[in-house]
Design a protein. Structure first.
Length: 95
């Protein structure tokens, strides 16, 4: 087993979620979510608050976020932030 896989083999989801709950900065949480797809999924589960931009189509963006962040209890819409939708939502096939 490769060294980087050891932590995933031995730490159950509950322990990693508890670690995420103790991270107090968004940059720290974001960095942890980049470790692997498992940590990304767990980090999304641990979020209870999100902040999004008000430009574009916030209703569509909120629906997308609700699917990805199932435990979110509040979403703050900030007029100073712009919305950046994932590419697949806006992608069209050109022939």
């Amino acid at each position: 087993m490769r060294g980087r896989d050891l932590i995933n083999a031995f730490l159950p989801d509950e322990v990693i979620l508890e670690i995420f709950r103790h991270l107090d900065s968004k940059p720290s949480r974001d960095a942890c979510s980049l470790v692997c797809s498992r940590w990304l999924s767990l980090e999304r589960l641990s979020r209870t608050t999100l902040r999004i931009g008000a430009s574009g189509s916030p209703d569509l963006f909120v629906k997308l976020l609700a699917r990805r962040f199932v435990n979110v209890k509040s979403i703050h819409i900030d007029e100073r932030l712009s919305i950046s939708l994932p590419v697949q939502l806006g992608r069209r096939r050109w022939r």
